[in-house]
Design a binder for this molecule. Structure first.
Ligand code: ACO
Length: 200
């Protein structure tokens, strides 16, 4: 797990916090001086977890960094910590999601332009905590907060572990082939009452 020299409790008033382009936890309350301090600590956490995720996925460089998040209006990083656990206060996971305008093939091979397609961009649970159900907890919190359903998510270059994860918990198996790096599943284009995928 990722330990830091500073006290992470000022960021994690709860186990999972959402960070957007201002690099502050959604729970943050404080003055300007406190905001600067917290932003600097959040940046260090995101950079470290982004690097660990890249290593785990054998990528040449991280997909997630504080600098990239600062420049991205449509992205949110969910960070998960274990506070007062057997290892002390540690950060154990990261999930980056966002929306993108994408050209995608539907099941019949027709090209569709989807505005604000929901995307899973980066997902990492520390090696010491994998396969214990932690990823499922974090993913489910994200789904609840964003009001997303798994089948309506496009997944950016999923690893084999994530493919297995999505199959196991959400029954996602049948892929709609794409020309780009995103993976979509059968049902992505189906319309239902609270669906806005097809409306953009
Ligand atoms: N091999 C195969 N399947 C795995 C593995 C593995 N080593 N690890 C997790 N899974 C899948 C399986 O379905 C597993 O169920 P099982 O143990 O019954 O086979 C299930 O995930 C376990 O669920 P959780 O414990 O809730 O998941 P976890 O906490 O391990 O988080 C995650 C899943 C995020 C994929 C984690 O394994 C991880 O960080 N892996 C390394 C980085 C990575 O591959 N991230 C996804 C990159 S792609 C992207 O982000 C768009």
């Amino acid at each position: 797990m990722a330990k830091f020299k500073f006290d992470i409790k000022c960021i994690f008033s709860q186990p999972v916090v959402q960070i957007s382009s201002n690099l502050l936890p959604h729970t943050f309350i404080g003055d300007r001086r406190m905001a600067m301090d917290v932003t600097s600590k959040v940046s260090q956490i995101i950079d470290r977890l982004g690097e660990l995720s890249a290593v785990a996925q054998k990528l040449s460089k991280p997909i997630t960094s504080a600098q990239k998040l600062r420049m991205s209006e449509n992205q949110t990083v969910y960070l998960m910590a274990d506070i007062n656990g057997c290892d002390g206060d540690v950060v154990i996971g990261l999930l980056k999601i966002g929306t993108k305008n994408l050209y995608l093939f539907d099941s019949s091979g027709q090209t569709r332009k989807i505005d604000k397609a929901r995307c899973i961009l980066d997902f990492y649970i520390h090696e010491s905590r994998q396969r214990m159900g932690v990823g499922k907890i974090l993913f489910d919190i994200m789904l609840t907060e964003e009001h997303w359903t798994p089948v309506k998510c496009s997944v950016d270059r999923p690893s084999e572990k994530l493919i297995q994860f999505l199959k196991k918990y959400y029954g996602l198996e049948k892929i709609i082939p794409q020309a780009n790096k995103f993976v979509l599943y059968e049902g992505f284009f189906d319309e239902d009452e609270d669906d806005d995928v097809n409306r953009g």
